[in-house]
Design a binder for this molecule. Structure first.
Ligand SMILES: [Zn+2]
Length: 473
């Protein structure tokens, strides 16, 4: 959540953001929007193939539940991947994982890695000393399957296998006793991405995954299993986790093994709350905070030298009745029309407990989700002002990219609005919603593909607005 620092305007960020934002380079090389790290965009139902060969595995305490059937197929599949991949990339045989255990935290207790499974609800884990992968089939797997679909279950097990791979590689993956947890987690997510690449290339005998809705399930489940804002040290934020996954998907498992501490520390966004961030990082969406957002945006985009769009409360539509509520860019008078009440509701803090109960959340997506929606409409005016095309799939991704660039540009000491821990994750969660405008063009037409949306936001965040116009001309 942007936290406020009164009396200081972040003038210094202006040039970083806009000097090149939408300037002369608007017409650069063609970039294919229909391209997911070199694979075509596909739409079909992702999941187990009807003709999948039955898994031949020994699993302790296994049930015949749908979740366990899915888990076993996932384990057989990810094992098949590593059996192929390991000799190819690391010139070595892949030794199968020694022990597999399914448990119900409400059922029989087992001791794994020195812990009691009745206390390990909502977990899946790899225990190096026992070379064991275990999963909670009672609560975690059903919740993942219901909320996100079967690929979420496959994601979690593939991640645990990523740890098994990492321990097999040892120093070839730079892993020893001193390796920080976050590096191991990033590597495991990256290995997960490499596996899903193989599946997306249609190499799996058991599963098929589409590069649109299927990978959206994966990315959403990475968001679900994230560290709480400000906590630090375990899995990483959703922003960091999706980065690692996409790296593995795009660049393969050898690149994952190269991920090291320096690499991770230079990039990781996870950090603690600042002492003054007393509200846990959530601002209320109100006339006052939207006024701050207006000033922050005007300032950040000043270098574009365009007439800055005005944010006005209109109920979400434009004066002529068209629009994309709850926020619209209105060409007729260069305004951003917003529905303050709807955005305030969207901006409510995320209800983490409801997320875990699997019940409908009473909360929203967090303040930054609501701010990012407004920003996505404001940058339409900026792009139009410099003569960019604002109605195309490229424009939708360029919009997400500019939202990312703005987020990074305001992340400076003393900024009027500054992102706090968890804000990037709110932007990603919101971005992955089918209704979100963050990757939509001026008419509200959205890029359907979550993978491309997240990639665009991250590109802007790390490389600034010039990269947005270069990549999405
Ligand atoms: Zn892990």
């Amino acid at each position: 959540a942007p936290r406020r620092n009164r009396g200081f305007v972040a003038g210094a960020v202006a040039c970083a953001l806009v000097a090149t934002a939408c300037g002369a380079e608007v017409r650069g090389q063609a970039h294919s929007v229909g391209d997911i790290a070199g694979l075509p965009v596909t739409h079909f139902e992702s999941g187990l193939r009807p003709d999948a060969p039955p898994p031949e595995l020994t699993v302790e305490n296994v049930s015949d539940s749908a979740e366990d059937r899915l888990a076993l197929a996932a384990i057989a599949d990810v094992s098949a991947f590593w059996t192929e991949e390991f000799p190819e990339r690391f010139a070595d045989e892949f030794e199968p994982v020694g022990r597999l255990l399914s448990y119900d935290p409400q059922g029989t207790a087992f001791e794994i890695c020195g812990a009691d499974t009745t206390e390990a609800a909502m977990n899946a884990l790899y225990c190096p000393s026992e070379d064991l992968v275990a999963w909670d089939r009672g609560l975690l797997l059903p919740l993942l399957r219901q909320r996100f679909g079967p690929m979420a279950v496959v994601t979690v097990l593939a991640h645990e296998f990523g740890h098994a791979v990492q321990y097999r590689l040892g120093d070839r993956a730079g892993i020893d006793e001193t390796t920080p947890t976050i590096v191991k987690e990033q590597q495991a997510d990256c290995f997960t991405g490499a596996y899903f690449r193989w599946m997306a290339e249609d190499s799996s005998a058991r599963f098929r995954v589409s590069t649109s809705e299927g990978l959206n399930q994966v990315l959403s489940s990475l968001f679900f299993i994230r560290d709480d804002p400000g906590a630090g040290g375990a899995h990483g934020t959703a922003f960091d986790r999706t980065y690692a996954f996409q790296l593995g998907f795009s660049s393969g498992s050898a690149r994952c093994a190269d991920l090291d501490r320096a690499d991770v520390e230079a990039r990781i966004t996870e950090r603690p709350f600042a002492p003054e961030d007393a509200g846990g990082g959530d601002l209320r969406i109100s006339a006052e905070t939207v006024g701050m957002l207006q000033r922050s945006l005007d300032d950040s985009f000043a270098a574009a030298e365009v007439d800055p769009p005005r944010i006005v409360e209109t109920g979400g539509d434009c004066p002529d009745g068209t629009g994309t509520p709850p926020a619209s860019y209105c060409r007729e008078n260069n305004t951003v029309g917003i529905d303050m009440a709807a955005l305030a509701e969207l901006g409510q803090p995320i209800d983490r407990e409801a997320e875990f109960r699997g019940t409908e959340s009473a909360g929203g997506m967090g303040d930054f989700a609501a701010f990012a929606e407004i920003v996505s409409r404001y940058v339409q005016g900026v792009q139009l002002g410099v003569g960019a095309d604002v109605t195309s799939p490229e424009a939708g991704l360029r919009t997400a990219c500019l939202v990312g660039a703005w987020t990074n540009a305001i992340d400076v000491e003393g900024a009027l609005l500054r992102p706090s821990p968890g804000d990037l994750d709110e932007a990603i969660a919101e971005l992955l919603q089918p209704r979100s405008l963050i990757a939509a063009d001026a008419d509200g037409l959205r890029v359907a593909n979550g993978f491309a949306r997240v990639e665009a936001l991250r590109l802007g965040y790390y490389e600034g607005s010039a990269a947005c116009t270069d990549t999405y001309p």
